[in-house]
Design a protein around this ligand. Structure first.
Ligand code: AMP
Length: 405
């Protein structure tokens, strides 16, 4: 699928100084402790592989949104500590990510040493894809590896500009895994391929639905997304979530599905509430009976049965977006029922998008999914068929190298 990308195991990295762009943008709790270290663990195969080849490892990541300024609350210090514990090896935190002190630390590194650069976004050049900042990062290393799938949809200095300034560039194992699973689902899927799309970023996702109509055998639409579709169809949806600017696109998706004779499933009932609150009064109604002053916050039991049936014979399932406001217990049943269905199906199951991942973890079913993508925005961009700038930069690099030969 990505024949133009060179991966770390195709490169001669032995003993070299390698700059590895990772995504350690982990959630922190209110005391600044790491709430979930999945993103750190997912890079371990690349780090361990590089250590086997005596690489001098320079890791670079962003954390949060410091807006180009130093913010001690967004230092990578807790991440250096956690990584050190996971690897049982010293991980030195550099005081910055560029500058004379960092250069000196990097020059003193011995084979197998690991230095974690301080938060890339403490510098405004990072998010502006500044060539100058990319050059300063690139000059630290002989090899550049991008393993930050969750940041690959951003055009930032550490994912794009930097590639101009390091002679050898490639992608890491996490990137390889993400792209391989994605290709298995979208390029050459074992059919029937069923996509289940929920959540509420409707205008973001409606473009994906149009593309999915071309590829999938069945399309299930739930969550806030489904309410926009009912709104587009002219049904009373009360005070439910809807995105008016996406109504025309929703109609186009419905037309396309009809033309393609695609099996499209919408909810047949909802859990409605008299207000957006965990203690709201609730009841189950059919899709034709949403009361004017109420809002639909979850799919109902008949819909769970319908969607369960629709998933029955699936061989590949792609899921993005929860079925309801699962953050509140009263509206979480639909999402958790679908988590269990997907987890227990015999299909290859690929889950992508931050909130769906949270729901799967909360239900304790993550180990039963074939793959949970680490990238929300990057995963959606791939689904839309967009190129990821972080990957394109690696491909361009390869093209330049070929042209130079
Ligand atoms: P997304 O980022 O598009 O996957 O959206 C996830 C969010 O959609 C979650 O925070 C859910 O609470 C929300 N959501 C799902 N269903 C509904 C609904 N029926 N009404 C309002 N919000 C919803």
């Amino acid at each position: 699928m990505y024949p133009d990308v060179t991966f770390i195991d195709d490169l001669d990295i032995s003993g070299k100084r390698a700059l590895i762009r990772v995504d350690f943008n982990v959630p922190l709790d209110d005391k600044g402790n790491i709430a979930d270290d999945t993103r750190i663990r997912s890079i371990l195969p690349t780090i361990n592989y590089a250590l086997d080849y005596n690489v001098r490892l320079i890791l670079a990541s962003h954390l949060g949104r410091p807006g180009g300024k130093k913010d001690p609350l967004l230092s990578l210090a807790p991440i250096a500590k956690r990584l050190s514990r996971l690897l049982e090896k010293e991980v030195r935190l550099a005081p910055d990510c560029v500058g004379p002190d960092v250069r000196r630390i990097v020059e003193e590194m011995k084979p197998g040493d690991i230095v974690l650069l301080e938060n890339l976004r403490f510098h405004p050049g990072e998010e502006k894809n500044s060539r100058e900042f990319g050059k300063k990062l690139g000059e630290l290393a002989e090899v550049y590896i991008n393993d930050a799938f969750a940041t690959a949809h951003r055009t930032h200095a550490s994912t794009v500009a930097v590639t101009e300034f390091v002679p050898v560039c490639g992608a890491g194992f996490l990137m390889k895994k993400e792209l391989t699973y994605f290709a298995r689902a979208m390029d050459n899927p074992v059919r029937p391929l069923v996509a289940m799309i929920g959540g509420k970023k409707v205008s973001d996702k409606v473009g994906i639905l149009s593309g999915l109509c071309e590829k999938v055998d069945k399309l299930i639409i739930g969550g806030g997304m489904a309410l926009t579709f009912f709104d587009a169809l002219g049904y009373e949806i009360g005070k439910s979530f809807t995105e008016k600017k996406a109504l025309d696109n929703a109609k186009e998706v419905l037309e396309k599905a009809k033309d393609k004779k695609l099996k499209l499933f919408l909810p047949v009932d909802f859990v409605v509430a008299d207000r957006f609150s965990p203690s709201a009064e609730t009841k189950v109604v059919t899709y034709q009976e949403i009361p004017r002053d109420w809002m639909a916050l979850d799919i109902g039991p008949a819909t769970v049965t319908l969607f369960t049936e629709a998933l029955q014979n699936a061989k590949t399932i792609l899921w993005n977006g929860p079925m309801g406001v699962f953050e509140m217990d009263a509206f979480s049943r639909g999402t958790f029922a679908m988590v269990r269905n997907v987890a227990n199906s015999y299909a290859m199951t690929i889950v992508g998008g931050g909130d769906t991942d949270v729901a799967v973890h909360r239900a304790g079913e993550f180990a039963k999914m074939s793959y949970i993508s680490t990238g929300g925005g990057a995963f959606l961009d791939l689904l839309k068929g967009n190129d990821l700038p972080g990957i394109t930069a690696l491909k361009n690099k390869r093209a330049t190298k070929k042209a130079a030969v």
